[in-house]
Design a protein. Structure first.
Length: 161
């Protein structure tokens, strides 16, 4: 027990670039994440996606809710606009994801420690689609806010600086 509510303001949480895609035409799209609360039993995060950001099909270690706060994101072939509630059971995967023309802002909550997973085929499909679009994954800084109980290794899909 914590003895009461834990209240955190986004301005007090470090923002980290967690995925970056660089395109042949010079464009760069990223996902910037703020890990708001992390415990061994749950993870909450806020992230902001640049317009057109494209991310791989993946899942998380625990039941997972994403709520679209602003903009639009397409999950698989389903457009999810502001106010959409997206639910995924532990062990399932969803995506790929693509931010709309104005990007998107998402609030996510994962029951459990929250680390992500994807198959080798998901990663191969993602890299092939990026190449088809004239893009490739680029390095991002190593995460600095992962707690000791979080998943083993780097929880990001791409290279780390």
């Amino acid at each position: 027990m914590l003895g009461g509510p834990v209240i955190v303001h986004l301005d007090d949480v470090k923002e980290q670039e967690v995925v970056r895609v660089e395109y042949d035409d010079g464009r760069v799209t990223s996902i910037h994440e703020r890990f708001v609360v992390q415990t061994p039993r749950m993870l909450s995060f806020y992230n902001k996606w640049d317009p057109g950001m494209f991310s791989l099909k993946h899942g998380h270690q625990g039941d997972h809710i994403v709520f679209v706060l602003e903009g639009e994101v397409t999950v698989g072939d389903v457009p999810c606009r502001k106010g959409s509630h997206i639910f995924l059971m532990h062990g399932d995967t969803f995506g790929p994801w693509e931010a709309g023309p104005n990007g998107c802002e998402l609030l996510g909550i994962v029951a459990g420690e929250g680390s992500a997973f994807w198959s080798d085929q998901d990663m191969a499909d993602y890299n092939a689609e990026l190449a088809r679009r004239g893009g490739k994954m680029a390095a991002v800084p190593a995460l600095t806010t992962r707690p000791p109980w979080a998943g083993k290794g780097n929880p990001l899909p791409g290279p780390v600086k």
